[in-house]
Design a protein around this ligand. Structure first.
Ligand code: PLP
Length: 360
């Protein structure tokens, strides 16, 4: 979109990304901190984010090879780790040509690897399932898997696992998962990677040769409000503008359905953002938005292109005023809590229709 009549936009603060990266990288000073850019950098525009970070960061990670090729098309030269590894045999050739590191998690991928001649000489990671039960070889399989790799392939191998509950500081599972991975690492003498954002923040003992930083890079917290998440700066501010203002009487509803009724004479602002833009349709009446320095509650249902907000208690609010849905003045966590979801989903679901505007 080059011409924008509607002012709805996601403002991406690239300087915040750099600062967040530096903060989290410093928390794990002996680790190489990988920046995870899957899902278009959690909705922030992977190409722009990669360029902003390319001098700070050695390795980027994405979910599958298509996302890595898009980074190459954008001129990004860094190593890219493919977190879900090859989806078919030709992915190995693409990985070799493009300096992509491949995560192997299943036997069918190992079979593809072994069938390649000459032997695959790119970087390999092995995903170990230490208890999340989603992806990876079982701990007991690793000896056998490694016996099928060449000496050269083992030389650079990284053993990798993923936490299921690293956000829960009082949970016993992270320590158990980590112990399983560390036992393998001790046995085989490989490099390893365990920590995601919550691991970097909550579990210093899990910091490995590589850590995989996703959410917190974008200034959202995987561990709620805690002293360690305080320095994070939200990189995305989602905003839209008031396009209509009107007053309704006691007992009237607004928008589709009747799920909200005015209990007083209410001044309503209609704001040009809806679920087609990624504002969650689940957001309940009462979810705050931020207008002219104050909060005001969402009322009624979220429509495809619009929401309605009770501005009765706000002074000086006019058509054209900017409304922040989340970002530097309003925590995305509050919107997530009011919508029965998590900050990860809100960020990744800001739709293509919303122009990203870059600052910093
Ligand atoms: C997405 C992902 C990460 C990043 O997780 P955050 O919680 O966003 O930091 C790390 N590792 C793997 C395997 C992932 O899929």
């Amino acid at each position: 979109m080059s011409y924008t009549s509607r002012l709805t936009q996601a403002i991406i603060n690239l300087d915040a990304l750099v600062k967040n990266y530096q903060y989290l990288d410093n928390l794990a000073s002996n680790s190489n901190t990988i920046a995870v850019l899957k899902a278009d950098a959690y909705g922030h525009d992977a190409s722009k984010v990669a360029h902003a970070l390319s001098s700070e960061v050695k390795v980027f990670a994405v979910a599958f090879i298509d996302e890595a090729l898009a980074l190459r098309d954008a001129g990004i030269k860094n190593t890219v780790l493919i977190l879900e590894g090859p989806f078919n045999e030709s992915d190995f050739e693409i990985a070799l040509e493009n300096n992509f590191a491949l995560m192997l998690h299943s036997n069918y991928q190992l079979e593809w690897l072994k069938s390649i001649t000459p032997e695959f000489s790119g970087e390999l990671w092995l995903k170990v399932d230490t208890g999340m039960n989603r992806l990876g070889f079982q701990v007991e399989q690793i000896d056998n898997v490694m016996s099928q790799l060449s000496a050269q392939q083992i030389n650079n191998l990284v053993l990798c696992s993923h936490f299921a509950t690293a956000d829960q500081i009082d949970c016993a599972r992270p320590a158990k998962q980590l112990a399983k991975l560390k036992a393998l690492v001790a046995k085989h003498g490989c490099k390893y990677s365990m920590a995601n954002s919550a691991g970097i923040l909550n579990w210093p003992e899990s910091h490995g040769h590589y850590n995989r930083l996703g959410l917190a890079l974008y200034g959202a917290s995987p561990i709620g409000d805690s002293p360690k998440s305080q320095p994070l700066i939200p990189a995305m501010t989602l905003q839209a503008n008031i396009i209509a203002i009107h007053t309704v009487n006691v007992g009237e509803s607004v928008g589709y359905g009747n799920n909200w009724q005015a209990e007083r004479e209410t001044k309503l602002a209609t704001v040009a953002i809806g679920y087609a833009d990624g504002y969650p349709r689940n957001a309940k009446s009462g979810t705050p938005v931020f207008i002219n320095g104050a909060q005001a509650p969402l009322v009624g249902r979220v429509s495809m292109d619009m929401i309605t907000v009770d501005i009765t208690d706000l002074k000086h609010t006019a058509i054209g005023d900017t409304v922040e849905l989340w970002g530097k003045n309003l925590s995305i966590d509050i919107v997530a809590q009011n919508s029965d979801t998590i900050n990860y989903e809100l960020l990744t679901r800001v739709s293509k229709r919303v122009p990203r505007v870059f600052t910093g």
